[in-house]
Write a protein of this length. Sequence first.
Length: 755
Amino acid sequence: MKIKKLILFFSLSVFFGVLGCKKDSIQNENNVLLNNKNVKMESFLDSLMQVMTLDEKIGQMVLFSTDWEKTGPSINNSYKKLVEEGKVGNIFNAYTSKFTRELQKTAIENTRLGIPLLFGYDVIHGHRTIFPISLGESASWDLEAIENGARIAAIEAAAEGIHWTFAPMVDIARDPRWGRVSEGAGEDVYLGSEIAKARVRGFQGDDLSATNTILACAKHYAAYGAAQGGRDYNTVDISERELRTTYLPPFKATVNEGVATFMTSFNELNGVPVTGNKYLLTDILKTEWGFKGFVVTDYTSINEMVAHGIVKDDKEAAELAVNAGVDMDMQGAAFMDYLKELIAEGKVSEKKVDESVRSILALKYQLGLFDDPYKYCDEEREKNSLMTTENLEAARDMARKSSVLLKNNKEILPISKDKKIALIGPLADNKWDIIGSWSAAGDRYEKPVTVLEGFKTKISNSSNLMFAKGCEINSDDTKGFNEAIAIAKKADVIVMVMGESQDMSGESASRTNLDLPGNQKDLLKEIKKTGKPIVLVLMNGRPLTLEWENEHIDAILETWFPGTMGGIAIADLIFGDYNPSGKLTMSFPRNVGQIPIYYNVKNTGRPIDPKNPYEKYKSNYLDVLNSPLYPFGYGLSYTTFEYSDLSIDKNKFTFNEDITVSVIIKNTGKYKGEEVAQLYVQDLVGSVTRPLKELKRFEKILLNPGESKEVSFTINSKDLAFYTRDMSFKAEPGEFKIYVGTNSQNVLETQFSLK
Ligand code: NOJ
């Protein structure tokens, strides 16, 4: 062993020409590399790469899961042995200081060079302290809070040995049938890009070598959200213009923000699976955008190119992937099994492998793993960092901020704490589902606060709170109905907590029916017969179709899957200790036939007359309006806001001038409240057709009852740029409309021209 290390040291010191490092290196029995701290990254990487064998290099390009958790088939279960043999340089689905330390020790002590492992994990909306699902968080429109959520997740994950999260997911999603809409930031490109950046900042902080920051991963690159029919993993065929206008900008935004890694998506794009798509991975990502980190595949997506029918076997798949620009193979073993052969056959160049390995080692270096491979495995820090009071409070706050009040007839909400309440529904006392999907390390048994528990903290007279489950989430069993109806009859007000189970959204959870599942609506109808006021609290991972509920239920509060502190946050909202301020980031369709539905549509050649929406030979349906039930940007408050005096500083602008738009917003109701003011633009004539509205700015403000504030937004011609007829990205001169308002439909408008 020692001899091996000394030989290695000799080659390193010859290469470095630095004799001074000899002493340090000799003192370290385990890893000569660890003590070359003072050598700058590039020369360190040169030296390291110089002494690595091809097998060792390929090992760095392999990522395997432990047997802890999986989201797909297991190719090879002997991950520990493979680590020892240097065949696997990266591990996912491993956390806790103890477990990651053990595995790290295996790599450091048993492999020739002792290159540290990189530990990845799906830290999506919190780690131990679970925040609302990502779609829910996006409804806060609060970038600072979203960044802070990612920061807390990173602190907790890093304290448990994790170096790298597979987040943020930045896929724009306009089809709520697709279960993964729950993991993103909704339908809008501008908001989605701002949120993507906030999440990258939150995870990575400004110093990757700090022990409380982790690498982020922009996923799933690209256009995964455009899967046909909303069916997961399905085909995507869209134009270059649509790709660049809608699906790529949030990814590009993460590159500009310094995101460390990218994950390829499962889908094909225009005939070529993304994992083998050189145009996307190399030409756009690495060359055009200058991305310097590494690209990992999604789970076995190299191998899946065989099923896609683009290659005949795993070996050809490995060749296609590496030559397209993939640097690391997640779980597929295709690089491990075939890269060496492919190089020997001249089908893959060693240079290509070197580039990939270097980008991976560079990030290990930047994390500080070559200084101390165990720096993230600190039991003491782990003990003090998880689920702290501060983290739990932040999760509670985020759950309140994320909730969207969809309806509040006759101001039935907030409910006074002395009312007799019947709390009913399969999600009312449910710890398992409240934290949502992708809550990988989140506890589903003890920690989550249910709505029933939350209500108990608010109501002093316990006989005023009655509870019945009523029904299951997705079943036709009615045996609980009678008990629910009985308590409803005794109550002043009924609160129903309903929605989806956590696994009805997320990966592999597409649905074609977006109604409340099972017989929940039947129970609602029965309860409605009592004639009592009803509040419907929803937990779900996607927009649902709620036409009946909207018509018959008095108040509806959308809380998504609100996380560990969900129940207490909901109680804060229901009893008026917090005023709802969330706004939808995805349109809620009236029925599934309207999908895909999103606000920034084009006009078409036959737009409808809103006064005559069913007119024949117009772009409409015979049986449903074009408009969604609840539009993008929509959300009520317990107070009301009035917009007035929309003004623009000039009416004619040059390309170099700033355009300032102002509006007065007044709180005209009884409660202090927050409002998200939204600014949209419309380019009236373009060299290609332009959307009716595009979000360009927003601002969240807090107003006391009776208080008014002027809100000003500044944009310039860069904000008006788009992919023109010849695909150059620029603004065109002409007339523009500006809309400012409380959601994408309810707006004031003004106009300007650009010359
Ligand atoms: C598959 C999912 O598509 C991806 O989002 C996730 O990060 C990986 N599995 C790893 O768990």
